[in-house]
Design a protein around this ligand. Structure first.
Ligand SMILES: Nc1ncnc2c1ncn2[C@@H]1O[C@H](COP(=O)(O)OP(=O)(O)O)[C@@H](O)[C@H]1O
Ligand SMILES: [Mg+2]
Length: 490
């Protein structure tokens, strides 16, 4: 069951002493078996790497100084427990939109302090997930690298001074941006880490871990990017209001004059056109495959958008685009592979545009149908790529641990950064399979209370469905507690 949203920026958190005690007990049991403590010690060892020298937090610095005493570790665990005993303060898209209306300096400062206090809570829950992984997985260098990054960010944010002025906020935004950039290594590292642990940890446990990590990551980035977007837009409007030239730096802006306010909604769109985003994704996906196969423009399968093409909904366009783009890429890739003979004909008759050749289009089209109801928007992507084959692949398309998937995830060795954004797809060959597109798309959809499902029609094609709430009134679907299964909310 999805919960309803608490008011944005409400100061109250719910602390659970019982949950805290249980956590201490579980940790004590792990300490007895040595696994938990070993993971902590590994972190200490890793923190002597050069990148850790910039760490603002005690966790890394203490480790870098040659080992922490039991007392220090106990102190750090107590801090972590203090944060994990707090529930995240979840928001809805609607709250984000409404917040940006009549944006004032006070509201922006309040937003900064919400993000400043919320990020360490959300990070603490995920740090705790790492600590409860079986010891053998905790020693994996890729997972440990992410663990270290999370500790460092946790320490930095919890120690960041209260934001009181616009100048404080500009410094805070710079710090958040630096973190976002650093954490663009997280997805490849997690991918490699879980692929290497696929034989060591139960598939359910590793899938739950990975889904929790990814959904929490989206949630933190959403809060961070929304606040940065609002802050930058506010400063731009303030600059125009003060009549400053573009060359003059934001630092010269200082605080806003009394009564100054502006209207911005950051990274959210209140009336996003589904058809427009689908068109943009289709153009991008077609260009990717034409480029990869050295085909002239217009050769890729045509994408026909039909149904409620005038439908609009409240969403973060970057999230919806990611999902649609991944589904279209899958459809295009399988249609083009299935009709590869026609592809070869096209390549040999260089310069000829397949879709307008005398024998008709080279490929059957991909049909995208939009259906908008009062509460939801549903998009179906239908292709004639032959369906998912062999059929047992269908059972594993959402998993991170099946041997087939683990093989694909190892391709993350070829790249260092991935933020799971559409615009970065251009930098990686679409012929390189990560086995990551469908699970990540589902994480994006579920984060906002939606879903992605796939139906295979063997020998014919695939129908993939995206369903998203239309009105933006569903609270972020993040689960704080390690013990609660990821799928429990659906
Ligand atoms: N439209 C489709 N037609 C046929 N098979 C598909 C389709 N979409 C997904 N699949 C199968 O599901 C697998 C997982 O898809 P995905 O998560 O997008 O990873 P990737 O595309 O990187 O392999 C694919 O490798 C493929 O076997
Ligand atoms: Mg894919």
């Amino acid at each position: 069951m999805l919960r309803h949203a608490a008011p944005l920026l409400s100061p109250k958190r719910t602390a659970s002493a019982g949950a805290c005690a249980k956590q201490q007990f579980r940790r004590a049991s792990r300490l007895a078996s040595g696994s938990y403590e070993a993971l902590r010690l590994n972190t200490t060892a890793a923190s002597s790497s050069p990148t850790d020298s910039s760490a603002g937090g005690s966790h890394m610095r203490v480790g870098g100084q040659g080992g922490r005493s039991l007392q220090q570790k106990f102190y750090e665990n107590r801090i972590l427990d203090r944060y994990t005993s707090q529930e995240p303060k979840k928001v809805t898209l609607r709250q984000l939109v409404l917040f940006g209306r009549q944006l004032t300096e006070d509201k922006l400062v309040a937003s900064a302090n919400y993000v400043r206090t919320e990020l360490p809570v959300r990070l603490a829950h995920r740090i705790s997930d790492f600590q409860f992984l079986p010891y053998i997985a905790g020693t994996n260098p890729h997972l440990k690298m992410v663990y270290d990054l999370y500790w460092r960010a946790f320490d930095e944010f919890r120690k960041f001074p209260v934001v009181k002025t616009l100048d404080d906020n500009r410094r805070f935004c710079d710090n958040v941006e630096k973190n976002l950039l650093e954490h663009s290594q997280v997805i490849p590292q997690l991918g490699m880490g879980v692929s290497e642990c696929a034989d060591l940890v139960s598939p359910d446990e590793i899938d739950r871990f990975m889904n929790q990590m990814l959904i929490s990551r989206i949630s933190r980035r959403t809060l961070a990017e929304q606040h940065i977007a609002l802050s930058r837009q506010f400063d731009t409007d303030l600059r125009a209001h003060l009549g400053l030239r573009p060359a003059e730096s934001f630092a010269q802006l200082g605080n806003a004059p009394a009564g100054f306010s502006t209207q911005r909604i950051g990274i959210v769109r209140a009336d996003c056109s589904a058809a427009q985003i689908i068109h943009e994704c289709a153009v991008r996906a077609a260009a990717l495959y034409e480029d990869a196969y050295h085909l002239p423009p217009g050769s890729a399968p045509q994408v026909i958008v039909e149904g409620h093409t005038d439908a609009t909904f409240m969403c973060i366009p970057a999230h919806f685009s990611y999902i649609v783009h991944e589904l279209l890429r899958n459809a295009m890739s399988h249609v083009m592979r299935r009709f590869a003979a026609r592809l070869d004909d096209t390549a040999t008759t260089k310069g000829a545009v397949a879709s307008s050749s005398s024998s008709g289009p080279a490929f059957p089209p991909i049909r995208v149908t939009i259906c908008s109801s009062h509460a939801d928007i549903v998009v179906r992507v239908s292709d004639e790529g032959g369906g998912i084959a062999p059929p047992d692949v269908l059972q594993h398309i959402w998993s991170f641990t099946h041997p087939l998937k683990a093989k694909h995830l190892r391709n993350f060795h070829a790249i260092h950064r991935m933020e799971a954004r559409v615009d970065e797809a251009d930098a990686v060959s679409p012929l390189l399979s990560f086995g990551f597109g469908l699970p990540m798309s589902r994480v994006y959809a579920r984060y906002w209370g939606g879903n992605v499902t796939v139906h295979s029609l063997p020998g014919h094609g695939v129908d993939a469905y995206v369903q998203l709430p239309r009105l933006g009134n569903v609270v972020e679907n993040i689960s704080a507690r390690r013990a609660s299964p990821f799928v429990a909310s659906f």
